[in-house]
Design a protein around this ligand. Structure first.
Ligand code: B12
Ligand code: SF4
Length: 498
């Protein structure tokens, strides 16, 4: 018998362990409850609803992040709610806007921020008296259906109290990442939060610029277990800010003594630090570069000197050339005018020439309620969606604000993907095509991107017709060659933070 179902709908591309519900599951299991964890795409919606109908659990929890994964979440929540089973939303999205979420008739409760202890107390109240006002961190509806948000629960003092329940996932094999030559890397968290204050980030509103870490013993135990049971040969430190305290973190990385990857800020990338990364087996790093313009960096309180981006990437190229550098940039930040964007555009082009192992990806700015930049976005004419379906339309490749058009967002994202993420090279017959893309990029000619639309339409057609598919598979690799280091087929790593 299952007491609680927890589901995190994922997109088709990424297979990243659903840590949020794995931690919440641990808390509930410690309280003696039987928990089922689902991590599926929208294709599993019917099966999930049927499983809930059969089991009649105490409640069903949905993990939410803003964007397209909300669509199956909304549909599943509606259907579970119709059965009369209490529905609970948790995760970053629901934490940022609990009142808006509770305006939807199908969501009964929101668990704000860290879910472990709140989920335990919520279950207790569900069984024992339903005195919702007593549960810190819970948002609920009063007798008139009006949202009530209780005071927030203090952060968990000792992170070691809870551990992710890996064993609830049916198979860990699909989660294995390629890390340089190592093919069995898994992500682990050694900390939560980040001491920085970037204006677009969830950190200020959710983690409130705090930073806590698991103990060394806990981490070493987790990694030993993953080594023994799943034969991992590398680790991906998934933390928002891995080197929150550089000295103890470096010691930990040394003690774990496995090839690794993680987030770094450019300030860290001194020759000495990069040499240390090299010695300790670092395979790739994520760097939140955000913008090449100092004015834009200052406007988002990035606390970063623009010139350090190039300096860090040069140091990587010189002292650890095998390390893949994933730099993420945000286009469409409020202070970014044409000139400021030009600085970033040229920087991205330079970085990829300096370092053959650099991938520079762009995301289009999405304003989130409660973040430091939110009031400014509203003042500039941004109108937030008023339904959860509206929030589901947010995407890193879309024109999410009035000052970035849909067409411009599509062209910028597509061209940067080809030139600076996949870093493909075309056969000589494609030289004019690549030259056109580069001209567009360097001159910000993102309007009337007919070749992108044509390519998409052709790809859809080829997908449908078998002989064309055959030709594509035979000729494709001869026409276009990808940079093996920077073009990821299996799993796209996430681009925030660091
Ligand atoms: C890993 C990661 C991913 C992974 C996997 C995400 C996932 N969990 O499914 C991938 C690569 C797939 C990903 C993709 C995206 N991500 Co992402 N991602 C992260 C990252 C770096 C870590 C998430 C994580 O595992 N945290 C660790 C766990 C322990 O924390 P947690 O998930 O918050 O869970 C705790 C609480 O929230 C709560 N909780 C969570 N779920 C539930 C459910 C219930 C029922 C309850 C009671 C409680 C609860 O309890 C947990 C334990 O305390 C976060 C940043 C961050 N540090 O959180 C961004 C973040 C969540 N991602 C973000 C975004 C925007 C995206 C994308 C939409 C970007 C895009 N357009 O491509 C996509 C969406 C893809 C999709 N599924 O549709 C934003 C979300 C902002 C927002 N307003 O929601 C974040 C916060 C990054 C940022 N700095 O802005 N992401
Ligand atoms: S973007 Fe990265 S460095 Fe900035 S506050 Fe968020 S997690 Fe911290």
């Amino acid at each position: 018998m299952t007491d609680v179902f927890l589901i995190n709908f994922r997109n088709e591309r990424d297979m990243y362990p659903p840590f949020g519900i794995l931690y919440v599951a641990d808390a509930l299991m410690q309280a003696g409850l039987a928990v089922e964890v689902w991590h599926e795409t929208a294709a599993a919606l019917d099966a999930f609803v049927a499983a809930v109908r059969r089991a009649r659990p105490l409640w069903v929890g949905f993990s939410t992040i803003t964007g397209p994964q909300l669509l199956p979440t909304i549909e599943a929540t509606r259907r579970v709610h119709e059965m009369g089973t209490p529905t609970v939303w948790g995760g970053v999205h629901a934490t940022i806007m609990p009142t808006d979420v509770l305006k939807e008739p199908y969501v009964d409760f929101v668990i704000v921020n860290e879910g472990e202890v709140t989920a335990q107390e919520f279950t207790y109240q569900l069984r024992q008296g339903q005195d919702w006002g007593r549960v810190f961190g819970l948002a609920w509806k009063d007798a008139q259906g009006r949202p009530v948000v209780n005071p927030e629960r203090p952060f968990i003092a000792d992170l070691d109290d809870f551990s992710p329940r890996w064993e609830l996932l049916p198979d860990l094999e699909p989660y294995l990442l390629q890390s340089g030559p190592y093919d069995r890397a898994l992500p682990v968290y050694i900390s939560r939060g980040c001491p920085f204050r970037c204006g677009f980030c969830y950190n200020e509103v959710v983690m409130k610029r705090t930073w806590r870490q698991h103990s060394e013993g806990f981490i070493l135990g987790q990694i030993d277990w993953l080594k023994e049971t799943h034969r991992i040969n590398a680790v991906d430190y998934a933390d928002d800010y891995l080197f929150g305290r550089p000295r103890p973190m470096k010691r930990l990385v040394e003690r774990v003594d496995m090839p690794w990857s993680g987030q770094v800020r450019v300030q860290l990338l001194t020759p000495e630090f990069v040499q240390w990364m090299n010695r300790t087996g670092c395979q790739w790093v994520n760097i939140g570069a955000e913008s090449g313009s100092q004015k834009v960096l200052d406007s988002i309180s990035k606390d970063q000197k623009a010139e350090m981006i190039e300096w860090g990437v040069r140091n990587l190229a010189e002292y650890a050339p095998h390390i893949e550098a994933n730099l993420s940039f945000i286009f469409g930040l409020p202070e970014e005018n044409r000139q400021e964007r030009q600085v970033t555009i040229e920087l991205i082009d330079r970085l990829c020439r300096i370092n053959p192992n650099a991938r520079c990806s762009i995301a289009i700015y999405m304003p989130y309620p409660g973040t430091p930049l939110w009031p400014d976005a509203l003042a500039r004419g941004y109108r937030p969606p008023d339904t959860q379906e509206g929030w589901a339309r947010f995407d890193l490749n879309r024109g999410n604000t009035p000052w970035v058009s849909e067409a411009e967002a599509f062209a910028m994202s597509d061209i940067s993907d080809i030139l600076y993420v996949g870093r493909s090279r075309g056969h000589w017959v494609l030289t004019p095509y690549y030259a056109l893309l580069r001209w567009r990029w360097l001159n910000q000619r993102f309007g009337f991107y007919w070749e992108g639309r044509l390519k998409r339409a052709a790809a859809r057609l080829v997908d449908r017709i078998r002989p064309l598919r055959y030709l594509r598979d035979r000729l494709g690799p001869k026409l276009v060659q990808y940079n093996a280091n920077t073009h990821k087929r299996k799993i796209e790593t996430h681009l925030s933070a660091g």
